[in-house]
Design a protein around this ligand. Sequence first.
Ligand code: 5GP
Length: 121
Amino acid sequence: MTYDPNNVFAKILRGEIPCKKVYEDDFALAFHDINPRAPVHVLVIPKGPYVSMADFTLKAPAELVAGFIRAVGTVARQLGVEEQGYRILANSGANAHQEVPHLHIHIFAGRPLGPMLVERK
Ligand code: 5GP
């Protein structure tokens, strides 16, 4: 999948549309999901044009890969969800129902989150 520079998260990164920011550093931006599926539902995105984790780890400089992963952990700590527990998830491609073609890590927390997938093989 090629990167579409007009995807909604690229626009958020450029400041063209607003977000409810949770955290930002040189490598990542974190903000509340517009349609939360849990009491805490935050998205963490890297600052760069990457569609998926596979694309990101192939093309991004090592400093950005490390900085982005570190930011995900920082956000989890900052949200205060470590003790009760949380889930991180990244959808990639059609089978995973990826809606926005810019790599994003979902952080879900604030209630028991149930099984990882609906049981169907
Ligand atoms: P995906 O299915 O691609 O993993 O998830 C995309 C997520 O982005 C969805 O949970 C959706 O609610 C969220 N989203 C889509 N558009 C916007 C937006 O403009 N602002 C924010 N904050 N979240 C968005």
